[in-house]
Ligand binder design. Structure first.
Ligand code: 4AD
Ligand code: MG
Length: 467
């Protein structure tokens, strides 16, 4: 069997009949009768299975018994035109080897319950399902497209640290990193934890954003992007939050907020187009199984211009909606941070397309955002998407040393810890901008899945770090 080279099922399904082929994969189903067995085989290269037809009289009964759902097998045979509907070709098996049996009584995917909730409890095995095969392939395609988009534009991929001393977003939801023995924590004379004894000699955490280091890169080589794991210890058990997620953060010298918005819009449209061009089988599978509006929704964002609205105008729209009877769980007035219900109202009900919100009250945004002339808003931007809400957060950055330092003081943050960052404004400061795209939020949109735990292979959420 091994003298013949294995062909992936994706390629077999597109090949002309006639050739002698070798396929390897996992059995999805086996049906048939005493004379003939039909095996649906999948190897993960495509959502589609290849049908293997085995003349039962040619094979040992014991061998055929081992071919159960989940078992891994190799099949050698002739690729022939298929009589059945649903596939152009199938394999007429001559030789079958079982690599690994799969006990039907114990295989977790054999269960009747195939709900997404159940699958999360067997996340080590759920990757074998059609659903997660589709999600993993789309996830990969999106990661590749992200690198391609920026590479084609001449951006430099910058690796920013995962272990950091700074809380870039000022939100304080960080996971501490320490090698201290929790049972014997060293204290100083004043009874405070003595971090000088810790591994780095100071208090460190997992990063909530690579942006601050990204700005160092952008003010050196012009345009950079990061793409890496990001950690937030927010205790929010929502379908849109993970404690460990992936973020893409481009940062560009000489870009103002308008350039930033243009890039963000071009970027997400590019990714959606790439998904439609390269993952249509998987998208259609998910469309049929979970979200009948998916493909249409994806196409709908391509042809239109995203709506650009100031925060202040958005508050007026929401207040007006409330006056007209719209009910929100959380109140909204100037100065509040929008909840996803407000974001979704703007996107889905009011504008009917993606929205870019700009010019937020300074008190609900991070210290680094460029301050507007009015003294009360900053040049932030959030891109809001249907069904998801915020998918991108970004801003033009405050380039003035004086204004930046004043804001850091106002917020009671430590200038000392940020000296390295402030240096970008001391030495050759430039107007610059950037944003962060939540990779899993993008995937929610592209796959149509409703829960963020279902678009990352191994989700990390409060009280859940299994697998
Ligand atoms: O809006 P955020 O907090 O912005 C930043 O971190 C900036 N430093 C980005 C920048 O300007 N370079 O986060 C950016 C995006 C959000 O819009 C959201 O898509 C995603 O990251 N995100 C999360 N995704 C999953 N789980 C969480 N807990 C997330 N928090 C943020
Ligand atoms: Mg945000």
């Amino acid at each position: 069997m091994e003298t013949l080279k294995r062909t992936k099922i994706k390629n077999l399904l597109q090949a002309e009949p006639g050739a002698e082929v070798l396929a390897k994969g996992w059995v999805r189903t086996k049906r048939g009768n005493k004379q003939v067995k039909f095996i649906a085989l999948n190897d993960g290269s495509t959502i589609n299975n290849i049908q293997v037809v085995a003349d039962a009289t040619l094979f040992d009964e014991e061998l055929l018994k081992k071919i159960t759902t989940g078992a891994s097998i190799g099949v050698r045979g002739t690729l022939v035109a298929s009589m059945g509907s649903g596939q152009a070709v199938e394999i007429q098996a001559r030789e079958i080897e079982v690599y690994g049996e799969c006990d039907p009584m114990r295989y977790p995917l054999q269960k009747k319950d195939t709900s997404l909730e159940y699958l999360r409890t067997v996340a080590h095995m759920r990757l074998r399902t059609n659903t997660f095969g589709a999600i993993l392939r789309i996830r990969h395609a999106m990661a590749f497209a992200i690198h391609k988009f920026f590479n084609d534009k001449g951006f430099v991929y910058l690796n920013t640290p995962l272990i950091t001393e700074s809380d870039a977003e000022g939100a304080g939801d960080m996971f501490q990193v320490t090698t201290m023995d929790m049972a014997h924590i060293p204290f100083d004379k004043k009874g405070r934890v003595d971090f000088s004894k810790d591994f780095f000699g100071k208090k460190t955490s997992l990063t909530v954003s690579g942006q601050l280091e990204g700005e160092l890169g952008a003010t050196a080589v012009g345009e950079i992007y990061t793409f890496g794991p990001t950690f937030r210890a927010e205790n929010s058990n929502t379908p849109r939050h993970l404690a460990e997620f992936w973020m893409i953060e481009p940062e560009m010298a000489f870009y103002d907020i308008n350039d930033n918005m243009v890039l963000a819009e071009e970027f997400v449209k590019y990714l959606v187009q790439y998904a439609l061009d390269n993952c249509l089988d998987d998208i259609r599978f998910l469309n049929a199984k979970y979200d009948e509006g998916l493909e249409e929704r994806l196409r709908s964002v391509l042809g239109i211009d995203f709506e650009r609205v100031t925060y202040t105008r958005a508050v007026e729209i929401l207040e007006e909606a409330v006056r007209n009877g719209q009910q929100f769980e959380y109140p909204v007035h100037w100065g509040t941070d929008f909840q996803s219900e407000h974001e979704r109202y703007l996107v889905e009900k009011y504008f009917g397309k993606p929205v870019i919100l700009i010019d937020f009250p300074k008190d609900i945004k991070a210290f680094y955002m460029k301050q507007n002339e009015d003294g009360r808003t900053v040049r932030g931007m959030d891109v809001l998407f249907p069904k998801i809400g915020e998918i991108i957060g970004g801003s033009e950055r405050e380039a003035s040393l004086e204004k930046l330092e004043r804001r850091i003081d106002e917020l009671g943050m430590s200038r000392k810890n940020l000296e390295w960052y402030i240096d970008t404004r001391r030495f050759g400061t430039v107007p610059h901008s950037g944003f962060g795209l939540g990779f899993e939020r993008l995937l929610l949109f592209v796959t149509g899945m409703a829960n963020i735990r279902d678009v990352i292979p191994f989700p990390r959420t409060p009280k859940n770090a299994e697998f």
